[in-house]
Design a protein. Structure first.
Length: 610
């Protein structure tokens, strides 16, 4: 059991110096800030097809579409996320723009869910930092809008964030209902991302550390385990009864990500292949085939540990830049400051004897360690976004809670100087501007505080300092993403060549027809089945080999765009050789960028359709 904090596990009254800010932290204030955030990134909620992540996001949307057709995904394929997409698709199923409308509905829902999670945790920790400070910090940084690009990340971050709120409430009250709700939400998160299974183990260990007596430990674990048994186990049983398949798919999906990670660690190699696809080729050269390793990552690593250690070194060297980009988007320096303030927040919680709260917030993101086995991308660093912003707000407030601003300035100066050295070593000037402006802001606050020592109360510094930090972030975020401050018009459906290609396929292909493609989203928008055409998977040498595969795969068409030409030049060259020898042009847009090719055998069918 963790001892040492003086929170008494109850809601304590906020210090007098933060009450003016707390008075503005009610539900109406939160709603106003949510609406401001909505307006600042208006286009994020009403995207064109090109604004949607054309691969992962399109894949998740397709799972929702297939669920409406009666296809149940295995546990590893995020069934609750598929259910969310199915619900979002259902009202718009008759529209050609069904995908765009569904994306708008899901992003708005996830945006509100994330704000709700952050607001509830901020209110729970109001004695450490004013909730308004956390909400303002969230408003002026671009992190949430980056997160919304991937519904799996955003939905998981929102649900697990509410679970974090319940864990903190359980720590403070010892009421088992909060532990039950925490477990219930984490079990749901396991149906959104496989991370939920790992996070469930972490939260179970935290619950053991929080409770005291052994009898209580057993009772707490029982209450924690029941939701996982009912929800996760129940879904596995339902899937097995409906499909006859009792597998959960996590092992194969983990191995698949492990192979992709080989390409992500070293980049795209000669530039011809997508690094995800290149990973399959490189991993099989270094570790053997999945069948040889029986889809076991441990067996693969044991076969060539030196290659994996070399890969870990490459991955680790990329982590700081990825994390800074995740929280700062265009200006990595903003992300660096957020994470530095979060570290300062952890230290302040320990210093003020809020030990269990600090440990919960520190341990909660440890589920990200599994990505050392697979690969990291920027969105993964945003999965614990709710806890990170709470800690950043705590760190910001703690700088100005001390009467010795000189000491705070010294430590901040040292931290920022080290970050500046890192920026120079990485030759990344985007890190420097936010760091310098932040340090200059602190110096000005100290000067003002000293000049007005007898005229300006310390309480004003405690409130004015954090608000100054927020203003600095807001100004830098404006230059980082000017579109945040000028809502653009809602895009008109059908204005892009990819959307026009999708409409053409809707009008000329039967639903669920097989269509070869590199880019998934337009083919899924056409309600057809995308068949990936990646050179990393298929090794065609001649046009005849490609044509034989097209016929065997029962493709009715192939969709071609610039990504296809750029990322798969060999496949595109072979495809061009098939024109007149099994393939024909069915449609080309006015720019000549987007093409739909038809299999010659199906041309009579195409010609019968107006």
């Amino acid at each position: 059991m963790i001892r040492g904090d003086e929170e008494h596990r109850v809601h304590s009254a906020a210090p007098a110096d933060t009450r003016p800010l707390l008075a503005l932290s009610s539900w109406p204030c939160m709603i106003v800030l949510v609406l401001l955030g909505f307006l600042f990134s208006f286009r994020s909620f009403f995207p064109a097809l090109t604004d949607i992540w054309l691969f992962d996001e399109a894949y998740y949307i397709d799972k929702g579409r297939l669920l409406l057709s009666g296809t149940f995904p295995v546990l590893a394929e995020n069934p609750l996320l598929a259910a969310l997409w199915a619900l979002a698709i259902l009202p718009f199923s008759a529209s050609n723009a069904w995908m765009l409308h569904a994306v708008s509905a899901v992003r708005i829902f996830e945006f509100v869910l994330l704000w709700f999670a952050v607001f509830q945790i901020a209110r729970e920790l109001s004695e450490a930092t004013p909730p308004l400070l956390t909400l303002l910090l969230l408003l002026v940084t671009p992190s949430l809008f980056t997160l919304l690009d991937n519904s799996s990340d955003a939905f998981f971050a929102g649900v697990s964030g509410i679970a974090l709120w319940q864990m903190i409430k359980f720590d403070r009250t010892r009421l088992l209902r909060h532990l039950f709700f925490c477990a219930f939400l984490l079990a749901l998160s396991a149906l959104i991302r496989n991370d939920g299974l790992v996070l469930g183990v972490i939260a179970g260990m935290l619950s053991i550390l929080i409770v005291g007596k052994r009898v209580f430990v057993g009772k707490a674990l029982l209450i924690f385990g029941i939701p996982f048994l009912c929800i996760v186990g129940g879904y596995i049983l339902i899937h097995a009864l409906n499909t006859g398949d009792s597998s959960i798919g996590t092992g194969r999906r983990l191995y698949d990500a492990f192979e992709q990670g080989e390409g992500m660690a070293y980049g795209p190699g000669d530039g011809e292949f997508n690094p995800y696809i290149q990973g399959y080729v490189d991993a099989r050269e270094r570790y053997g085939s999945p069948e040889e390793n029986q889809y076991s990552v441990i067996r693969a690593i044991a076969g060539n540990p030196r290659a994996f250690i070399r890969r870990l070194i490459h991955v680790s060297s990329q982590l700081p830049a990825q994390a800074f980009t995740a929280y700062g988007k265009g200006f990595r320096g903003i992300g660096a400051l957020i994470l530095l303030l979060a570290i300062r927040g952890i230290l302040s919680l320990f210093r003020t004897k809020r030990i269990t709260t600090a440990v919960i917030l520190l341990v909660w993101p440890l589920h990200l360690t599994v990505y050392f086995v697979t690969f990291f991308r920027e969105g993964y660093f945003l999965l614990p976004v709710t806890g990170v912003f709470i800690l950043a707000a705590c760190g910001t407030q703690s700088i100005f809670n001390t009467r010795n601003l000189n000491t705070e300035l010294m430590w901040c100066g040292i931290s920022l100087a080290l970050m500046a050295v890192y920026a120079l070593l990485m030759n990344n000037l985007l890190l420097l501007a936010p760091l310098i402006s932040f340090l200059v802001g602190l110096i000005l606050i100290v000067i003002i505080g000293k000049a007005g020592e007898h005229r300006i109360s310390h309480e004003v510094i405690r409130m004015g300092g954090p608000l100054t930090v927020i203003m600095l972030f807001a100004l830098q975020a404006h230059f980082c993403r000017p579109a945040r401050c000028s809502p653009p018009p809602i895009p008109r459906f059908g204005s892009g060549g990819d959307e026009q290609a999708a409409v053409f396929m809707i009008n000329h292909l039967p639903e669920h027809a097989n269509v070869g493609t590199y880019t998934l989203a337009p083919v899924i928008l056409a309600r057809t089945n995308p068949v990936p055409m990646f050179s990393g998977i298929y090794s065609f040498v001649t046009a005849q080999e490609l044509m034989t595969w097209i016929i065997e795969t029962e493709l009715l068409a192939v969709y071609v765009d610039d990504l296809f030409r750029t990322m798969e030049p060999t496949m595109y060259r072979l495809l061009q050789s098939c024109i007149g020898n099994g393939m024909e042009y069915a449609w080309i847009d006015s720019s000549g960028i987007h093409e739909v090719l038809a299999v010659s055998e199906t041309l009579p069918y195409w010609q019968r359709i107006p």
